[in-house]
Structures are given as structure tokens and as C-alpha cells.
Design a protein around this ligand. Structure first.
Ligand SMILES: [Zn+2]
Ligand SMILES: [Zn+2]
Length: 224
């Protein structure tokens, strides 16, 4: 049976991992476009320099025509080297951070570290989950800032927050059902055991977040 995780730090880490999963998917697409552009550019530069190097032999003897087909063949066969652009370097830095986090948590680091980190969240201590959520949120924000992506989540204007009563709840449902969460605004903080938020585990000063098994999450999805 799945261990029921009800701690808000775990929910935040799960939310952050799913958001970053989507952000990295967008980044991968952007890197592919960037690499294709840079390859085209490098080919044009290579073709231009090969054209400059071409020295036709003037004269009516007919020997002058040899250079042209040879030049084209060189351009076709020598694929220019394409280095990572800004987005490629951002993707590399993000993966390096995730690999480092997986290593720090003694997770298997073969393959992509993000799914391993996401899967490990329920096994972490709440304080560790809190740190992990911060790292993941920061990586997510860097990518979204760079690509001008909206923040993760779908607004649910139909429901009020049980704590602050504002209609500013957001559903985070891009991952599998057990990863779904609902959040209020980052400034709507829990006041602890007496908080009316109905979170099963109420921790002072944590931004409100309701997990996949909470009725509010089920209602939010149907109200979205
Ligand atoms: Zn609220
Ligand atoms: Zn609360």
C-alpha cells in the first residue's frame, strides 16, 4: 500500500518536481531549435569560408571548372562543430544541479535524475523535502524566466481558500494523479494546528498546499 504522505513539505517538493518536469520539456524543445539554428549558421559560415578559399584558375582552357564541385563536396562532408548556446548551457546546468541533488540524497544517478528525485520525495524527512522543494522551485523559475513561460498550475476561480477566503487557488495537475496538489497564494501561510485550512498536517509558516487525497483537490479539479 502507498504510504500516505500528508506533510506540506512533501507536497511542495512533489509539486515542484512536476512543475520542473514540464519546464524542462519546454527547455528541451527550445534547445533543439537553438541547436538547429546554430548548425545552420555554422554551415553558412563554413560554406562562406570555403567559397573564399576557392581560387578558380582563370583562362579559357577549361581547367578552371574543377574547383566548384570539389568545394561543394567539402561543405557537404565536413559538418561544422556546433557548441551549446545559452539554452543548451542552461539545460546542462539544470541537469548538473539535479544530478548533484540525487547524489546528495544517495539516489541512483544513472539516467535522468529528476524522475528519481520525484519518486524519492515520500521517503524523505520533511526538512529534507523542504530543501529539495526550494532547489527544484529555483531551477523551475530559471527556466520559466528564460523561456517566458507562465508559472505552473491552473487557476480555480470557483473555489475559496478555507483559510484566507480568496478565490486564488491553483491546481497543479500536470503529473500523474498521486502527484496532484492545490495551492493558495505564496503569502497565504499556515498558522499551525488551529488553522482553519483543513490540511491534515498543519505547519506554521508553510504556504498552504493540499495533497491528492484531500477533498479540496478533488473538488478543484472538477471546478477548474
Ligand atoms: Zn489562502
Ligand atoms: Zn493552514
Amino acid at each position: 500500500m502507498r504510504t500516505q504522505v500528508t506533510h506540506p513539505h512533501h507536497h511542495h517538493a512533489t509539486r515542484a518536481a512536476q512543475a520542473l518536469t514540464v519546464a524542462r520539456r519546454h527547455l528541451d524543445d527550445a534547445v533543439a531549435r537553438e541547436t538547429a539554428d546554430r548548425r545552420d549558421e555554422a554551415r553558412i559560415v563554413a560554406a562562406a569560408s570555403s567559397l573564399q578559399a576557392w581560387r578558380p584558375i582563370p583562362g579559357p582552357t577549361g581547367r578552371g571548372g574543377h574547383g566548384d564541385p570539389a568545394g561543394r563536396t567539402v561543405v557537404d562532408f565536413l559538418e561544422p562543430e556546433v557548441r551549446d548556446g545559452q539554452l543548451g548551457r542552461l539545460a546542462g546546468r539544470t541537469t548538473a544541479t539535479l544530478t548533484w541533488l540525487a547524489g546528495a540524497l544517495a539516489l541512483p544517478t544513472a539516467g535522468d535524475p529528476l524522475p528519481a528525485l520525484a519518486a524519492a520525495v515520500p521517503t524523505l524527512r520533511p526538512s529534507t523535502a523542504r530543501h529539495l522543494a526550494r532547489w527544484l522551485d529555483e531551477a523551475d523559475q530559471q527556466i520559466r524566466d528564460r523561456l517566458a513561460l507562465d508559472d505552473d498550475g491552473t487557476p480555480i476561480p470557483g473555489l475559496r481558500c478555507p483559510r484566507c477566503a480568496r478565490r486564488q487557488l491553483t491546481a497543479h495537475t500536470t503529473g500523474p494523479r498521486p502527484t496532484w496538489t492545490v495551492t493558495c497564494t505564496p503569502t497565504c501561510l499556515c498558522v499551525g494546528p488551529d488553522c482553519p485550512c483543513t490540511m491534515p498536517t498543519r505547519v506554521v509558516d508553510v504556504a498552504h498546499i493540499w495533497g491528492p487525497d484531500h477533498p479540496l483537490t478533488a473538488r478543484s479539479v472538477s471546478a477548474a
